[in-house]
Structure formats: C-alpha cells, structure tokens
Design a protein. Structure first.
Length: 172
C-alpha cells in the first residue's frame, strides 16, 4: 500500500473569472527527495504552473539541501524564496536568506497591472509557530536536524536560552 502524500498550496484567484493568478508553494518534508513520489509530483506541479499564465511563488525554509529549490545556485544561504511572475519568465526574483537573518518582506506577484502584495514572511512564520504551539512540542535540548554548520552552532544555541525555551524543556 502506498503512503498517502498530502500536498497543500495557496492559490490566489481572480474573483470574477476564478482564474488562478498566483500559486504559493511552501516546501515541506513531503516535497523533498526523502519521498520520491512527492518530489516528482512537486516538480511536475511546478512545471505546469511555470508553463501556464499563473505566477509561481516558492518558499523554502528547509536547510537540508533539497534539490527542488533553485537555492543550490546560492552557496551561502540556508533558506530561499523564489518568485516567477509571468512577465519575467524565464527569469524570476530570488531571495537567498541566511539562518541568522530575519526573514524578509517579499512581494507576492498578482495580476498585472496590480503591484506585488507584500508578505511579511518573518511575521507569518512566527504566527504559524505560535498557533501550532511549537514552543511546547519541539525539544530544544536536541541538536537540530540536519546538523548546523559549525559557525552557526553557537549562534543557534543562544536562541532558546534567550527565550527561556531550553529551561522550560529541561525542567518541564
């Protein structure tokens, strides 16, 4: 029996025509090569959108070198955001992001002549983190997976202490 792979995405649609204007994809473990069928499905989906009249917007906050993202071109980033508005194809816009940087405000492409809609990515991720109660479910005493580069280990080790998450996890 095959494992069920659920893929979610956000579609921005024009109200009157119900036409898909922009597809926003948030890369997850399900879209990684760890699940080859999901990875192939993601690449097929990306290809379909890139050959359509819809804009493509991809957010990759995984650090494990998933080759699905174009971030391989940027050797010094852990995260990557990519936008492919139809009017820029085959080019697009890219935001390589270092782990120690706050996530940027990025522009979600809409239908021309509308300007890009700003997405405060840092605030959005923080809101999802809070709503999912990740501070209560993530064991911050464990080493991150995949392991961090040595230059980031000390920096990351200070974060839970600053937020008192390490003490909460250890002392219950």
């Amino acid at each position: 029996m095959h494992d069920l792979v659920r893929e979610a995405r956000v579609e921005i649609m024009e109200v009157a025509s119900r036409e898909v204007v922009t597809v926003i994809e948030f890369l997850s473990r399900a879209t990684s090569e760890a699940v080859p069928r999901a990875g192939k499905s993601f690449l097929r989906k990306r290809g379909e959108i890139l050959s359509s009249t819809a804009n493509w917007f991809e957010i990759d906050l995984l650090r494990d070198g998933i080759p699905l993202s174009s971030k391989k071109r940027f050797l010094n980033c852990e995260y990557f955001v990519y936008s492919s508005p139809t009017e820029l194809r085959p080019d697009g816009k890219a935001w390589p992001i270092r782990l120690e940087q706050p996530l940027p405000v990025v522009g979600i492409p809409l239908k021309s002549p509308d300007p890009d809609a700003p997405l405060e990515l840092q605030k959005a991720v923080e809101r999802v983190y809070d709503r999912a109660a990740n501070d209560a479910t993530i064991d911050y005493t464990l080493e991150p997976t995949p392991p961090l580069a040595p230059h980031l280990t000390a920096w990351v080790d200070q974060l839970p202490k600053q937020k008192k998450l390490r003490e909460m996890t250890v002392n219950g």
